[in-house]
Design a binder for this molecule. Sequence first.
Ligand SMILES: Cc1cc2nc3c(=O)[nH]c(=O)nc-3n(C[C@H](O)[C@H](O)[C@H](O)COP(=O)(O)O)c2cc1C
Length: 186
Amino acid sequence: MKVLAISGSTRQLSTNTALLRAFQALAPADIELDVFDRIGEFPVFSPDLEGLHTPDSVIRFIEKISVSDGLIISSPEYVRSIPGGLKNAIDWLVSGEAVIGKPIALVHASHRGEDMLAALRTVLSTVSSNFSESIFFRLPVMKQTPDSIRESLMTSANRPAAEKFLKDFAAFCRSQKSEAANAIAI
Ligand SMILES: Cc1cc2nc3c(=O)[nH]c(=O)nc-3n(C[C@H](O)[C@H](O)[C@H](O)COP(=O)(O)O)c2cc1C
């Protein structure tokens, strides 16, 4: 199973990116978890740039989403909402088919950010019919280094919940895949 883990932060020492990378170390052999931390490369979305004019960076992003069985997103809150870069990346997906029906779940690297989470949940349940609000994992590691985040995820206090999150999300992805296959067979 292929899972694309998208960071909503473009910061080099991002805690959200670090948390997604820490998940890579936990993922079982049957989950290939690819971390995407390059939303900062996309130009500001405009319908005028779609179709033949779609930038290569965006085309590659959409291809990664198309071949994935599910998306995990982890994002900071900026000014009580979704960071512009992440919203821009989502805007690039709206007129295509890659994200429709794609299983999506959130992880979160802060003890704060409820307004961003609420806004992101609204946006993701609009762009995909398979956004899961109930499959969610939070590790409050704001301002910590990538090394300490990895260590924190691996502790006996946090690892079981992180593994359960991955297991639940993988099961959700599989169930949506088999529902889609059954719908095609009918
Ligand atoms: C421009 C800016 C605006 C922010 N606004 C908020 C905010 O409204 N609420 C909040 O809880 N944190 C806010 N923060 C803090 C970030 O959400 C927080 O530091 C987060 O953990 C950064 O994630 P990262 O390490 O993945 O970049 C803001 C940070 C920046 C740079």
